[in-house]
Each structure stands twice: as structure tokens, then as C-alpha cells.
Design a protein around this ligand. Structure first.
Ligand SMILES: Cc1cc2nc3c(=O)[nH]c(=O)nc-3n(C[C@H](O)[C@H](O)[C@H](O)COP(=O)(O)O)c2cc1C
Length: 381
């Protein structure tokens, strides 16, 4: 645990996570699609943007709180959904959700999480969103929505950039399968990480909990959850399906995975309350543009009719202020909190929030801003 005290930026957690996790698990976390061009550019594109501070302004009191979909958050950094979190640390989704609640921000639970909708709701009364796909089996979708309503989730987030799985070659090379294969390479990898193996063996089996607990999932293929999910991915999904979900949910609804201004307009037209500008962290279509590059076009197209968030490549307080200055209400992060979790469990995620908060506070002071609404494109050069 004390090692996370020696982390001074988000990349430091990545280095620790790489040591702690079997190679195939780390690569699953870290990897992107094809040649990982989008993955790399997501981060490097932020570094092309310069900040232009204003001086001699009183910055003795800085407030990082803001509202997202009408909900107050203490920090403009929310957590993106990531599946199967218990693979990275045995404490999994509950640890991350608790840390997010302490930081006063939103935790988004993935449809393919290793902890169920209800179990996450039971451990935190912090802000919670649920990420959903349009699966073939609409009864399961309706059931998920009903379960979220009962469990008190604040918003639903539909991921639209996954009509098929991206090509992640690290996973192919590492023979990553669920359940884990016993190929010699895999066994050697796992045995060289005894602490991870110990927790893996002594904790309940990792499952796709929402499906496992589902009343409506018709588990064919001998009850194999992975086969079930693969079969459920419906590449025929279109805007009518998204509109159907918005109508059925009848509450705050975000569409995640938009990079095109025309799609953003369409999302507004069908009633989305928010858009998450995302390329899935470079894990889906390689050569998609970095999200920070397309953000201004989307902000212009949406013209205030829906809330705009951004993820993919946010690693620094300066990345956060750049995205906010270019029109995002808040940003979201995926890998960084998984690195922090792998590095030190809940204490790791707490430390990550502490560092991010300190970075954003310092950056705001140096820019001459005291509140989130001060951040405008005037600070971008
Ligand atoms: C290990 C991992 C699992 C993910 N699982 C999901 C998921 O289940 N649903 C989803 O909509 N996005 C998923 N994502 C994408 C994230 O929500 C997010 O868009 C992405 O991580 C943002 O980029 P960043 O990692 O550079 O912050 C996953 C990302 C990672 C790294």
C-alpha cells in the first residue's frame, strides 16, 4: 500500500500495475486495436495544445465542483465503465466505486462488470451510472434498466462504438481467453505473479455478474457467459434502437463513443441528454481521431443542447483543463483508475484522485481561474 504514496502522477501507477499484473492481464488493460495508433495519439494530441494563462488574478480560493446532467460533482473527472475489474485487483468494482464516492464523483458500472448492479449499489450511495449495450435479447436490456432504476442509478450510458470487437493483437499473442487457458505461456506468466494468483485463487470466481444474475438471459452453450455475450453483440443496432432505449429509460441518458459531429446532432435529435466523445481508449477502430481533436466540432454542432463529456487519453490535470476549456463539461478516465487499483486497491484509487485533484487545482491557479466555468477557449493557444 505504501508504494502508492510514492506515486506522483498517473503514469507512476501504470508502472506499478505492470509489475503487479500477469503480462496478459496488463496487456488487456493497456492495449489498443491494430497498430495502436489511436491509442498513442490519444495522449500525444493533448501535448500539442498550449495553455495561455492570465496573471495577477486572485486565485486564493479555487472550487473544482461543477454539475454534470444536473448532478453536482466535486471534481470534473468521472470514471468511465470498464469490464471485469476484479481481474486487475480482487477488490474490483466496489473498491473503485467507494473511492469515487469519497472523491465526490461519478462511477460508471460496465454491463460486463465482475460485480452486479445491486452489489455496487449496496456499497455506495455516491453517484452511479450504468453502461449498457443494445444486445440482441431486448428482454435482458429491459431487465437491466429496471434493475438500475430499483438500485438507484442516476443515469444510463449507451456504448455505441462496439458493433463488433476491436482487433487487440496483444490479447491474441498472449492467448488471453475467458476462462483462462492453460497454455504453458499463460501458466508461466501467472506463476510469476504469485500475489495476483493467490488473490485469484482465494476469492470468488470472476464472473459477468449482471448476466449471471439475470432472470432473462437465456444461457445456451452450456451456460458459458462469454459465449453468451459474444452472441448478444448485435451489429444491426441502429438509431431507432438507441431511441427505443432512451424512451424506455425515461431519465438522464448518455451516448458513449461518438466522434462525428453529424452523429452528435443525431444523438441530440433522438433525445440524448449527454454525449461522451470517446474512441474507447483506442481499443476499437484504429485511426479514429484523438477525441480532444474533434471535441470543438462536436461542441459547435451540439450548441448547448446536450452535455458533452470526453474520454480517451486523459492523464494529467492539464489534459482536464484543456478539455474543459474546449467545451467539455467534464472528462472521464478508464485506464488510469485501473492502474491505480492494480497498484494499491482502493488506497491506490484514493491516491489517484488526490493527485488529480492537486494537479487540477495547481493548473487552475497557474492559469488564473478559480472555478470551472472560468475555463474557456481564451486559455488555449
Ligand atoms: C480494460 C478496459 C475495459 C473496458 N471496458 C469497457 C466496457 O465494458 N464498456 C465500455 O463502454 N467501455 C469500456 N472501456 C472503455 C472505457 O470506458 C473508456 O472509453 C476508455 O478506457 C477511455 O480511455 P482511457 O483508458 O485512455 O482513459 C474499457 C476500457 C478498458 C481499458
Amino acid at each position: 500500500m505504501s508504494q502508492v504514496k510514492n506515486c506522483f502522477n498517473l503514469n507512476d501507477f501504470r508502472v506499478l500495475a505492470k509489475k503487479r499484473l500477469p503480462r496478459m492481464i496488463y496487456d488487456y488493460l493497456e492495449g489498443g486495436a491494430d497498430d495502436e495508433v489511436t491509442l498513442t495519439r490519444n495522449e500525444s494530441r493533448f501535448s500539442k495544445i498550449q495553455l495561455m494563462p492570465r496573471v495577477l488574478r486572485d486565485v486564493s480560493n479555487i472550487d473544482l465542483s461543477t454539475t454534470v446532467l444536473g448532478q453536482k460533482v466535486d471534481l470534473p473527472v468521472l470514471l468511465s465503465p470498464t469490464g471485469q475489474t476484479r481481474m486487475f485487483h480482487h477488490t474490483g468494482e466496489p473498491a473503485v466505486a467507494r473511492a469515487a464516492a469519497k472523491a465526490g464523483t461519478v462511477y460508471s458500472l460496465s454491463s460486463v462488470s465482475s460485480t452486479s448492479i445491486e452489489d455496487v449499489a449496496a456499497i455506495t450511495d455516491g453517484l452511479k451510472w450504468f453502461q449498457i449495450y443494445v444486445w440482441r435479447d431486448r428482454e435482458v436490456i429491459k431487465e437491466f434498466m429496471d434493475r438500475c432504476r430499483v438500485a438507484g442509478y442516476n443515469a444510463l450510458c449507451l456504448t455505441v462504438d462496439l458493433p463488433v470487437h476491436g482487433n487487440r493483437e496483444r490479447d491474441l499473442r498472449n492467448r488471453l481467453t475467458f476462462p483462462t487457458s492453460l497454455a504453458p505461456k499463460v501458466v508461466a506468466d501467472i506463476l510469476s505473479h504469485p500475489q495476483w494468483l493467490y488473490h485469484y485463487m482465494t476469492n470468488p470466481k470472476i464472473n459477468i455478474s449482471n448476466v449471471k444474475d439475470s432472470k432473462n438471459a437465456r444461457l445456451s452453450h452450456g451456460g458459458n457467459l462469454i459465449d453468451y455475450i459474444s452472441n448478444q453483440l448485435d451489429s444491426a443496432v441502429d438509431w431507432d434502437d438507441a431511441a427505443w432505449m432512451i424512451e424506455h429509460w425515461n431519465g438522464p441518458f448518455l451516448i458513449k463513443g461518438i466522434v462525428n459531429a453529424e452523429d452528435a446532432k443525431r444523438a441530440v435529435e433522438i433525445g440524448a441528454s449527454g454525449i461522451i466523445v470517446s474512441n474507447h481508449g483506442g481499443r476499437q477502430l484504429d485511426y479514429m481521431p484523438p477525441t480532444i481533436e474533434v471535441l470543438p466540432e462536436i461542441v459547435k454542432a451540439v450548441a448547448g443542447r446536450a452535455e458533452i463529456l470526453l474520454d480517451s487519453g486523459v492523464r494529467r490535470g492539464t489534459d482536464v483543463v484543456k478539455a474543459l476549456a474546449l467545451g467539455a463539461s467534464a472528462v472521464m478516465i478508464g485506464r488510469p483508475y485501473l492502474y491505480a487499483l492494480a497498484a494499491g486497491g482502493e488506497a491506490g484509487v484514493d491516491r489517484m484522485f488526490e493527485l488529480l485533484r492537486a494537479e487540477i487545482m495547481r493548473d487552475m491557479a497557474l492559469l488564473g481561474c478559480t472555478k470551472i466555468s472560468d475555463l474557456t477557449s481564451d486559455f488555449i493557444r
